[in-house]
Design a binder for this molecule. Structure first.
Ligand code: KG4
Ligand code: ZN
Length: 340
């Protein structure tokens, strides 16, 4: 199937044309990051209005880049949730309108599910596998048995990993979102320079907590202000990154052992992180299991990733009903009730 996929859950307006849920024919991402940076975070009202402005140009560009017309599209996959309701509604309404006008099916896909299957745009991972999703809103471990069949094994009880990165960057005086900059500065720093906590690392659960780590960093900066650029800031970034990676690697290892998983998929914006990518490679090497981490260009929000589960659902007769609405929260474990 030739699918058009649309993503507007947060601050990127994205559209892609994907063949058979595997081959990206075109992918367009219009980011609002620079607009929200001024406010230090995403402003939902502004996000919705910007999506409304960009949705048509972005879809048109994706079709143009694919060198096809709207009449060539056989189905539409769109993010239904989780995300900002007003933002989701823009992409969802556009998807429904195109599907209705062209008399083709559409399917509402879970954003997290999209992140997990971004890896399949490069190479399909063998089911069942363990998935670590690390983004601005999520830090979750899932047991993935197949499309739509997800069991949550662990989750953050407070901040998500990306949120901890962005808040810590703000404390150090960096612009929003500072995750990528911390990563860059960490490469020139000493990870043993500042002692920071590893919250919940030995609590026996598969849950995460990052708010205490961010508070410890805040207290350190209050006593030892950092200058950017500067070696002290690089050292603090490296120490912070090491603490985050220690916790993520430790919990992921426990989950692999508990589930006897033979393959790990790491997904979401924080999967761009160089420290995390090499830690996960070391871990999978040690445990002798397979690893999929998509190219950084596929880790952040994009529309192509939605077409992987979207193609599966539409090919198997699970089109969404016309009455379907968006959902700001959507538990991955409940997806099986919709599609199986
Ligand atoms: O998946 P994503 O694009 O959007 C959400 O669904 O949240 O993830 C965005 C998050 C932000 O918190 C951003 O700072 C973080 O991913 N991020 C990084 C890196 N690149 C992006 N965090 C750490 N290191 C990076 N290299
Ligand atoms: Zn995302």
């Amino acid at each position: 199937m030739l699918l058009l996929s649309i993503e507007t859950s947060c601050d990127e307006t994205a559209a892609a044309v994907v063949r058979d849920g595997r081959e990206i024919v075109s992918s367009v991402i219009s980011s609002q990051v620079a607009i929200h940076a001024e406010y230090g975070g995403v402003v939902p009202e502004i996000a919705s209005r910007k999506h409304l402005e960009m949705i048509s140009p972005v879809i048109t560009q994706a079709l143009e880049n694919a060198d096809i017309g709207i009449g060539d599209i056989e189905g539409v996959a769109v993010t239904r949730g989780p995300g900002l309701s007003g933002a989701l509604l823009v992409g969802f309404s556009a998807a429904k309108a195109i599907a209705a006008a062209k008399r083709i099916p559409f399917v509402g896909v879970n954003h997290i599910e999209g992140h997990i299957f971004a890896a399949f745009l490069e190479e399909a991972a063998p089911f069942p596998f363990l998935a670590l999703v690390v983004s601005g809103g999520h830090t979750h471990l899932y047991h993935v048995e197949g499309f739509g069949r997800y069991t949550t094994l662990g989750r953050t009880i407070d901040d998500a990993a990306g949120e901890a990165y962005d808040k810590s960057a703000k404390i150090m005086g960096m612009p929003y979102p500072g995750g990528a900059l911390i990563d860059k500065m960490a490469c020139s720093g000493d990870p043993a320079a500042v002692r920071l906590p590893r919250p919940l690392i030995r609590d026996g659960s598969l849950n995460f907590s990052f708010s205490g780590l961010k508070t410890a960093l805040l207290q350190h900066v209050a006593k030892h202000p950092v200058t950017i650029p500067g070696q002290d800031a690089n050292d603090l970034c490296a120490s912070f990154q090491q603490a985050v990676c220690d916790v993520l690697a430790s919990k992921t290892e426990s989950a692999i052992r508990q589930t006897s998983a033979r393959h790990l998929v790491v997904a979401g914006g924080v999967a761009c992180n160089s420290g995390l990518r090499s830690r996960m490679a070391q871990l999978c090497d040690k445990l002798q299991i397979g690893l999929s981490i998509p190219h950084p260009s596929l880790c952040g929000d994009n529309a192509a990733m939605l077409a992987v589960p979207g193609d599966y659902y539409l090919s198997n007769g699970f089109a969404s009903p016309w009455t379907q609405d968006v959902t700001a929260t959507w538990d991955m474990d409940s997806i099986k009730e919709l599609f199986l």
